[in-house]
Design a protein around this ligand. Structure first.
Ligand code: AMP
Length: 230
């Protein structure tokens, strides 16, 4: 029955179901075809578990580098998390948990670590991926938005046709600090008609107020680990 089950998985089950069936031992389980399961559910924003204490200690695999890129900054380096297969999978699984079974059209990732985290989130949600980049990096026609930096401002861009009006989008980056970058991304997405369902980040620096800023814009925020200070 192994090859038969696998064939059924490939043809009838959606990717998320396939992953579950695979993890639970596909050959031993008679999968229930997706056709006979409830379809994608609408997201109930008020019932999303937005801030979890992860069951796995992800903070242990995040490296902190003092005084980088300048004195006084504690840089939270996620390359150590990304390089740990188990931690990387856990982080992505925990991030997508509120949207399992929900219909998300696109995941928008902020350059550059948001591409890595967002790409994995998009794959897990069977959604498309849209890069939000620093200005001048995208080849096709773009829409642009200014956003606040610690000192001054910069601009970010996305392709004008990357998201259709009304599409449901989850915004992803590795970390939220002051929230200037994510706020700019939310405004950019809304300007082209996207419905921003939520924003999610592995790390929150709550003392800098970024997550609160996004919530004030009406965007539910999901984060996995908080570090005090900046
Ligand atoms: P902000 O716009 O202040 O919320 O800054 C968020 C962006 O800056 C994210 O793309 C982060 O990757 C990066 N960032 C800000 N602070 C840190 C930090 N302490 N450690 C690592 N990345 C940071």
């Amino acid at each position: 029955t192994g090859p038969l089950s696998l064939r059924v998985c490939r043809t009838w089950l959606k990717p998320f179901d396939r992953a579950c069936a695979f993890r639970s031992g596909c050959a031993a389980v008679l999968p229930v075809p997706a056709l006979f399961r409830p379809g994608p559910t609408r997201i109930q924003r008020d019932r999303l578990p937005m801030n979890d204490t992860p069951s796995y200690d992800l903070s242990a695999v995040i490296r902190t580098i003092a005084d980088y890129p300048k004195p006084g900054i504690l840089f939270r380096d996620i390359t150590t998390l990304l390089g740990d297969a188990r931690a990387f999978r856990r982080a992505i699984d925990e991030l997508v948990q509120p949207w399992a079974g929900a219909k998300i059209d696109k995941v928008a990732g902020i350059e550059a670590r948001g591409f890595i985290v967002g790409g994995a989130v998009a794959h897990q949600l069977s959604a498309g991926f849209v890069p939000i980049r620093k200005k001048g990096k995208l080849p096709h026609q773009t829409v642009r938005m200014a956003y606040a930096l610690e000192y001054g401002e910069d601009e970010m861009e996305m392709h004008v046709d990357a998201i259709a009006p009304g599409e449901r989008v989850v915004l992803v980056d590795d970390l939220i600090a002051t929230g200037g970058t994510a706020e700019g991304a939310v405004k950019l997405l809304r300007n082209i008609g996207a419905q921003v369902e939520a924003a999610c980040f592995i790390i929150d620096l709550p003392d800098l107020g970024g997550a609160a800023k996004l919530r004030a814009l009406g965007v539910p925020v999901r984060t996995l680990i908080g570090f005090p200070g900046h």
